[in-house]
Design a protein around this ligand. Structure first.
Ligand SMILES: *Cc1c(COP(=O)(O)O)cnc(C)c1O
Length: 464
């Protein structure tokens, strides 16, 4: 399987290069040259099989012959053995026709674990085979850093440095990073906000000499391996509810559109998905795009669902590319213009193609709180604020589909205890697997929001 850039001007690469290199050299994102697919019989045969086996089947279609099948199966088995639920991603009913897929049973209690556990094993395996090392630099607003540390700690061919904005993430989120004791992990509290961290990451990644010297790489949500890993639960959840013999819809709390695009990929591979509801918080660039046909950057506002406080959804470029019939030059033009002006008018034909699959809905802060309260009243269960945005999206979507709707539940309520307690008066119980974090000592360095200082730090750690 070869991978091409959404901007049409980079040479095609294999799976390994696509996942190790992040952005394509022309600034685009990698997508497979053609979408692999499953027959209805093959999809039906996923029913009742272990999650890790379904993951290996799906991954194999994208990897081609670059990684041996036995190795893939073993990496999937190990990745999902780190989850505390035998189903890995269990599906639970919350209303007549409404379900949640619980994506939070991994080590850092958020859905980023599902992809990161696999990506860490894939990339470390490939580097080992090539006798290379990498240094990952990661900027996190909360959940990605914890998932990345959990996934990469102790890996022999990788060092990882995670930057987080000092004082601006929750104590629970910080502890998932700072309590790691392995030598290959460093955490840096940056004296600035998340945008500062991201700007530093960009500066570091564009420094060719640093990149060369330490094998610098990133694990952000544009990595195609993360998309593939996230397709898997669309298949397992839909099959559990009767697919491919009946259609299933999904409601997806969205920020960078990684999960949303993974659903699109599952559909292209043959899974009968009736509709994908893209639910945003008040940072509603995606909801407006599907609703109004204009993708327009707004000002990012802090909300109760901080992992979705994003006003430029990087994976949207992949969908755009598909919906302009894979015209790379048009995609390059559109996203260069968007970078400059913050506005992208979606061509009418592309918009109608998007609307065949997607419906966008923006959920207010008040409605998010009300949904947490109502879900507790109706089911006895606490949900986290990101999941609440998805559940509210499901309620809105009743008018657009009669299929069963699966909400992707992206975090455990105990990861956002302050918000959940403020809404309901109840404190979510930390799962036993993570309870020990509260007693462990923390280790992190504090640095100014200065790219030069961070680069010096990364170089010293990688070479030390
Ligand atoms: C990252 C994240 C999201 C948003 O996912 P995208 O793939 O970026 O759209 C939603 N909820 C939680 C808890 C997250 O950590």
């Amino acid at each position: 399987m070869r991978y091409v850039s959404t901007r049409g001007e980079a040479p095609s690469v294999g799976f390994i290069d696509a996942i190790l290199s992040g952005l394509a050299p022309d600034g685009g994102l990698y997508v497979p040259e053609a979408w692999p697919s499953f027959t209805r019989a093959e999809i039906a045969a996923f029913a009742g099989r272990p999650y890790a086996e379904v993951a290996a089947e799906i991954l194999a279609k994208f990897v081609g012959d670059e990684i041996a099948r036995d190795d893939l199966e073993q990496m999937c088995a190990e990745a999902y053995a780190s989850f505390t639920h035998a189903a890995v991603v269990p599906v639970r009913q919350i209303s007549p026709g409404g379900f949640v897929a619980e994506l939070f049973h991994g080590p850092s209690l958020a859905f980023k674990d599902v992809a990161m556990q696999l990506l860490a094993r894939l990339s470390d395996h490939v580097l080992g085979a090539q006798r290379r090392n990498q240094t990952i630099l990661c900027a996190t607003s909360g959940d990605t850093g914890g998932a990345a540390v959990e996934a990469f700690r102790g890996r022999p061919n990788t060092k990882i440095v995670v930057m987080f904005p000092n004082g601006r993430i929750s104590a629970v989120q910080r502890r998932f990073m700072t309590t790691a004791t392995e030598d290959n992990v460093r955490c840096v509290a940056v004296d600035g906000d998340f945008d500062d961290c991201q700007a530093i990451l960009k500066t570091a990644l564009s420094d060719a000499s640093l990149k060369q010297a330490v094998g610098l790489s990133a694990v952000n949500s544009i990595n195609f391996a993360r998309i593939v890993a996230q397709c898997v639960y669309y298949f397992t959840a839909a099959v559990a509810l009767g697919a491919p013999h009946r259609e299933v819809a999904f409601a997806v709390p969205s920020g960078n559109f990684g999960d949303g695009f993974a659903g699109y990929v599952a559909k292209r591979m043959g899974l009968p998905i009736a509709r994908i509801i893209i639910a945003t918080n008040s940072n509603d660039i995606l909801a407006r795009a599907f609703d109004e046909g204009r993708y327009v950057r707004g000002v990012t506002a802090p909300t109760q669902s901080p992992a979705m406080d994003i006003q430029s959804a990087s994976n949207f470029e992949r969908l755009y590319f598909e919906c302009v019939r894979r015209d790379g030059l048009e995609t390059a033009r559109a996203f260069a213009a968007f970078a400059e002006t913050g506005v992208l008018d979606i061509p009418p034909q592309a918009l109608s193609t998007m609307r065949e699959t997607f419906t966008g809905v923006a959920i207010s802060e008040v409605e998010t709180t009300r949904t947490i309260v109502a879900t507790l009243r109706e089911t006895g269960e606490l949900i986290d604020p990101h999941t609440a945005v998805g559940v509210a999206g499901m309620h809105h979507a009743r008018s657009v589909t009669s299929a069963p709707i699966v909400v992707l539940s992206t975090a455990h309520a105990a990861k956002f205890p302050e918000t959940v307690e403020a809404a309901t008066g109840e404190t979510p119980v930390m799962p036993r697997s993570a309870a020990h974090l509260a007693d462990k000592s923390e280790r992190f360095d504090e640095l100014p929001a200065d790219a030069g200082a961070i680069k010096t730090y990364v170089r010293a750690f990688a070479e030390g």
